[in-house]
Write a protein that binds this ligand. Sequence first.
Ligand code: NAP
Length: 478
Amino acid sequence: MEMVIDGTWQAATEGETFAVLNPRDGSVVDHVPLAGPQDADRAIRAAETAMAGWRVTPMTERVAVQKACAQAMRDRAGEVGALLHAELGRPLMGCVGEILRSADLLDIYAEEGLRLVAEMPLGSAPGERIIVTRDPVGVVVAITPFNYPVTLLMFKLGAALIAGCAVVAKPSEDTPLSTLKLAEVFHDAGLPKGLFNVVTGKRALGEALVAHKIPRKIAFTGSVPAGKAIAAAAAGTMKRLTLELGGHSAAIVCADADIDKAAAAIARHGFANTGQFCYRVNRVYVERPVYDAFLRNLSDRASALTLAPAGGDGDLGPLVNEKILAVSERQVADARARGGRILTGGARPMGPGFAGGHYFPPTVVAETTPEMLLMREETFGPVIGVQPVDSAAEALRLANGSEFGLAGFVFTHDLGRGLALCEGLEAGSVWLNDIQRSSHHVPFGGVKQSGLGREKGRYGVEAYLEYKTMYLSWEVPA
Ligand code: NAP
C-alpha cells in the first residue's frame, strides 16, 4: 500500500519501502513507504491547507461527515479487520470488533461537537461584552502504537476532526496497514481531502513530525520512554501534548472477595490481546486466606486459553515482534531465578504453527516479590504476577509503589472498604468487583508517568480546543 496524503495514495519521496510482517509466521503481508522528513512536511502542509476550510465548516456539517465515516467503518469492518488480523496476529473476530467499537467512539465525539458552546459572562458594562470561545488547536500529529492501532487513533482523530483540526497520523511500523485502509474508508465516505493524512515510516519520521514548526499538538500513545522523548522535542515549539503512556496496573483481591469472579475478570483482562494492553492487570496482591484458592482458579483459567497457530484458530494470537516477546521471557526468567513459582505457561511453544511466530503462552507466576522485574516493569505480554499480602493496606501500599498510574482494580464484598481502596489507588481509572472495557463517554488517561491529559468523551474533544477570550466594546446608541 502507499501513504495517504491530501486524499491521494502517494509513495515516499525517496521511493523506499519497508515490509510489514505477519507475526504468526514471519511472512510478508505487504510493503509500505519508508517516509522521511520531506514526506512529513508534505503531509503537514496538506493538513494545514485543509484545516483552513474545515475549521469554518458549520458544526452540523462536520457532525454529518463524521457520522458518515463511523457508518463506513461499520460497513467495511471486515475489510479493515482482515488487514489488522494479518499485521497484528490477533484472531479475526477481535480485530473486526476493534473496528466496530472504534466507530462508536467516532459517533460519540460527533455528538459532543453539538454540545460545544462559547460563554459570555454576565455583568459587563453597557457597550462591553466578554466572550470566551474555543478555537481548534491547529494541525495535529497523531502517533500511535501497534496494539490497538485503530482504537487508539480514533481516540485522537475523532476528537480532533470534530474540534475543527486536521490530522497527520503516523502508525506503528508494525501495524500501518489498517490505518492506511481506514484513511481510504474515510475519504470514500466523504471526508474532505487533507484532513486525515497517514504517513508510514520509522523513528526518523516520527521525530520529523514532532519537530516540525506547523503542528500545534502531538497526540501520542506509546511507551513512557518514547513519550518523554516526544515531550522534550515538542517543548522546542511549545506544542500541546496528550500523552497516553505505559501502565503496570495492580489488582487487589481481599479475603472477602468473590474469588471466582475476581479470577475470571483478571484472566480476561490480563491476557486480552495476549497481554499487549496498556491497562491490563500486570500484578495481583491477594490476602493470604484466599491466596491458594485464587491462584488455582486463575491458573486453571490461564491454562484453558489456547494459542491460535499460523493459519489456525484459538483464543490468543502471537506477540507482535521478538522485542515485545523478549520482555515476557526476560521477566519470567528473572522471577524464576528469584524464587517465583511458574504455575502455568512460562516457555515458548514450539512445533507446527508456532515455530515461525512470536508466541508466548498465558503465564501465571506465584510467590512474586517487589524486587522482581515482573512486579516493577511493564510486561506488555501474557504474564501475571501474584503476591500474597497480610492486609489490604499492604496491598494498597505495594500497588501505589510504582512510577505508573494508569489503572487499578479492587475485589471485595465490603463496599466501604472497596471505595476506600479505589479512592486510595493512584490511577487514572479504577474498577471495583469487575473489569469492563473503558467507556467511550468518560475520561481515559493516566497519572504519574502513565501520561498527560485525558481522551474520550467531551474531555477528549476539549484537548483539541484552545480558549480564546474576546473583549468587545461599542458605542451604545443614545
Ligand atoms: P512505542 O515503542 O513507544 O511506539 C509507539 C509509537 O511511537 C510508534 O508509532 C513509534 O514508531 C513511535 N515513536 C517511538 N519513539 C518515538 C520518538 N522518539 N518520536 C516520535 N515517534 C516515536 O510503543 P509500542 O511498543 O508501539 O506500544 C507499546 C506501549 O504503548 C506500551 O508501553 C503501552 O503501555 C503503551 N500504550 C499505552 C496506552 C494508553 O492508553 N496509555 C495504550 C496502548 C499502548 P515506530 O513504530 O516506528 O518505532
